[in-house]
Design a protein around this ligand. Structure first.
Ligand code: NAD
Length: 336
């Protein structure tokens, strides 16, 4: 099997590359990543010399480059993680999101169609469903109602993936996952930001009243779900992925402070993000019942593992914060 993983230098992509390289030594894995600010090859130091792994730098929206790559490698499976992923950045720079997330997906779909891949798997998000009130869950039938430029660009991509199945019979799946956490999470996101700031006794910014609810899933459980959908998913189907771990943002912050032995006085409420969705919660019954998925972490065991990882891997995040890794990769790969 020849597999293309795009966005494999990012948070979830790098965890998935590691999972696949170790689990399937007979698969040839190509990691294609543009190395934007969010891409970091240090996430993959432990697998970069594996004989079944190769890194290629490139942009999924670069049609000629992608077409040539697909023709030369004849990929069997394509898994698209590559995306601009930070909601706050999408509010200030929506154009970048449209190009990477929508045009990039279309270029990949065309290339996948041209070489008749066995599966095209789009990694999407529960944010395409919009927001929930205090009750209820997102199912695969929930209408798409994105509220941020980020989620709108992901929803646009999902619709293209669906259309390529309906129109061209491309064998596709879409997974829509809730918020991930775990090792190699970029320090601008809530959980790593709180851990890192708390360790330095810095302010912990919390949006609005802190009562926005997210459904948290450990990244390794997401990787296992993607593996199942890749191998067993029924063509054309969407699968929701989520661990039934609803937590308010302020709960998350207090849990981390407690585990690190730091005071709640570090918490600073800041002006809410515009269009901030109130609550996300995923119904993953279809994935559990039809494909037999079962997460291995509870939120309690997962957050403990994650905090320990950040304590044990301080060089990784200190490099990012100091900008050292930016300088190193620019010297290796040119300007971003
Ligand atoms: P990330 O920002 O950490 O990583 C994205 C990666 O994509 C980076 O390595 C970046 O360099 C690369 N990239 C960006 N634009 C590219 C382009 N045009 N061509 C090639 N590479 C490009 O993101 P993440 O948190 O790992 O998310 C990965 C995917 O999972 C995204 O599609 C995201 O929408 C989805 N998702 C994320 C979450 C979450 O909680 N983080 C939840 C559900 C779904």
């Amino acid at each position: 099997m020849n597999i293309l993983i795009t966005g494999g230098a990012g948070f979830i992509g790098s965890n998935f590359v590691r999972y696949m390289v170790n689990k399937y030594p007979n698969y040839q894995i190509t990691n294609l990543d543009a190395l934007t600010y969010a891409g970091n090859l240090e996430n993959l130091k432990d697998v970069e010399d594996s004989s079944n792994y190769e890194f290629v730098r490139g942009d999924i929206a670069d049609r000629d480059f992608i077409q040539n790559l697909f023709e030369s490698k004849e990929f069997d499976y394509v898994i698209n993680f590559a995306a601009e992923s930070h909601v706050d950045r999408s509010i200030t720079h929506p154009d970048v999101f449209i190009k990477a997330n929508i045009q990039g997906t279309q270029v990949l779909l065309d290339a996948a169609k041209s070489i008749n891949v066995k599966k095209y798997l789009q990694i999407s998000t529960d944010e395409v469903y919009g927001t929930l009130g205090e009750t209820g869950y997102f199912t695969e039938e929930t209408p798409l109602a994105p509220n941020s430029p980020y989620s709108a660009s992901k929803a646009g991509a999902d619709l293209l993936v669906r259309a390529y199945h309906e129109t061209y019979n491309l064998p596709v799946n879409i997974t829509r996952c809730s918020n991930n956490y775990g090792p190699y999470h970029f320090p601008e996101k809530l959980i790593p930001l709180i851990i890192i700031n708390a360790l330095a006794d810095k302010d912990l910014p919390v949006y609005g009243d802190g009562l926005n609810v997210r459904d948290w899933l450990h990244v390794e459980d997401h990787c296992q779900a993607i593996d199942l959908v890749l191998h067993k998913g029924v063509n054309g189907e969407v699968y929701n992925v989520g661990g039934n771990n609803e937590r308010t943002n302020i709960d998350i912050v207090k849990t981390i402070l407690k585990q690190l032995g730091k005071p709640e006085s570090l918490i600073k409420y800041v002006t809410d993000r515009p269009g901030h969705d109130r609550r996300y919660a995923i119904d993953a019954t279809k994935l559990r019942n039809e494909l037999g998925w079962k997460p291995k972490y509870t939120f309690e065991t997962g957050i403990e593992q994650t905090i320990n990882w950040y304590l044990e891997n301080q060089d990784w995040w200190k490099n990012i914060i100091s900008g050292d890794y930016q300088e190193y990769f620019e010297s290796q790969y040119g300007k971003r």
